[in-house]
Design a protein around this ligand. Structure first.
Ligand code: KG4
Ligand code: ZN
Length: 337
């Protein structure tokens, strides 16, 4: 079965073609970073309009790259939520319309299911069950995954998501949007012993996260040190160390509590090298395995949507003709395969 996947939930247009026999055939991405940079964050209306412009050209590019004809496509998957409602509607309308005109089924995919299944595109792929650490611009979650669609949320963010905390802290350090990668780069020059930030919510049981206090901590430290450039790098380092340490502590807890030996790390913050190194160390000490998507599939992409869609369409799931999106949508509401 050959499935076209379309991702348009936020500020990236991603399109990919996945074949259940041959694997990923082609993928293409257009990032809107340049469009939103001057505003310091995503402007939803600009995002929607840009998805309108970019989706069909990317579909054509992916079909060309794969050397695939429209008549070879057996289904279309699109991100149906969570995300920005206008942006989601663009991908959903285009995806649903293409499927209708091609006479094939369509399916709406949960964006975070896409992220947590992204490591399935790598070899070796993780087997079920596993614990997924989902850390993106909008989410920080620990999820127990028993199979496709069988998700139990073990921990969630009480305020800012991990990526959001990276972006906001980067902004107050004077870094450009999106701040996560820029902050990680600045942290490389930071002295880890100069400042110590708290490890939020690690002094009590439970698997929830709270990162908004770290941003305030960074702000007050910043104010105390004026525009000393070395202090900015040291703050970036202290912030990143605190986030990484907190995630390591919670991942250890989740793996031990669930008695599971496999950890999957996905979402944009999963591209952070310090986090990857620390979680690989953790897996080493626990005798567990850790799985990551390739770097370009940590952040938003069409491949993860095409893959999740192929799994669900192959199992017989279908969307009717109505175009439906869900800006807020829990992973636990999904139907298990
Ligand atoms: O998964 P994603 O592309 O979009 C959402 O679904 O939200 O994640 C984007 C987030 C942004 O907040 C970005 O700053 C963060 O992931 N991010 C990083 C890194 N690369 C992307 N954060 C820390 N270190 C990185 N290397
Ligand atoms: Zn995402």
């Amino acid at each position: 079965m050959r499935v076209l996947g379309i991702e348009s939930s936020c500020d990236e247009t991603g399109v990919a073609l996945f074949d259940t026999g041959q694997g990923l055939l082609a993928h293409a991405l257009h990032s809107q970073i340049g469009l939103h940079a001057e505003y310091g964050g995503v402007v939803p209306e600009l995002a929607s309009r840009d998805h309108v412009r970019k989706t069909l050209p990317l579909v054509r590019a992916v079909l060309d790259e794969a050397g695939s004809k429209v008549s070879d496509i057996n289904g279309v998957a699109y991100t149906a939520g969570p995300g920005l409602v206008g942006a989601l509607l663009v991908g959903a309308s285009i995806g649903r319309s293409l499927a209708w005109s091609w006479g094939v089924p369509a399916i709406g995919i949960h964006h975070m299911e896409g992220h947590l299944l992204a490591p399935m595109l790598e070899r070796p792929a993780p087997e079920f069950p596993f614990i997924a650490l989902l850390v993106s611009g909008g989410h920080s979650m620990l999820v127990q995954v028993e199979g496709i669609g069988a998700y139990r949320i073990l921990g969630d963010t009480l305020d800012d998501a991990a990526g959001e905390a990276f972006d906001k802290t980067a902004k107050l350090l004077g870094l450009d949007y999106p701040g996560g990668p820029a902050l990680a780069k600045l942290a490389e020059q930071g002295d880890p012993s100069r400042f110590r930030f708290p490890r939020p919510m690690t002094d009590r049981p439970g698997l929830d996260f709270s990162f908004s206090g770290l941003k305030t901590f960074a702000l007050t430290t910043c104010q105390a040190h004026g525009d000393d450039p070395q202090a900015r790098a040291d703050i970036a380092r202290a912030f990143q160390d605190a986030v990484v340490d907190t995630m390591v502590i919670k991942c250890r807890r989740a793996l031990q509590q669930a008695g599971v030996g496999r950890l999957v790390v996905a979402g944009g913050v999963g591209a952070n090298q310090a986090l990857r190194a620390a979680l690989s160390d953790l897996a080493g000490t626990l005798g567990a395995e850790v799985f990551y998507p390739r770097l370009e599939f940590c952040t938003d992409n069409g491949a993860m949507i095409a893959y999740a869609g192929a799994c669900r369409l192959q199992a017989g799931q279908r969307q009717d003709l109505e175009v439906q999106v869900y800006p807020r949508w829990s992973l636990e509401e999904l139907q298990a395969l």
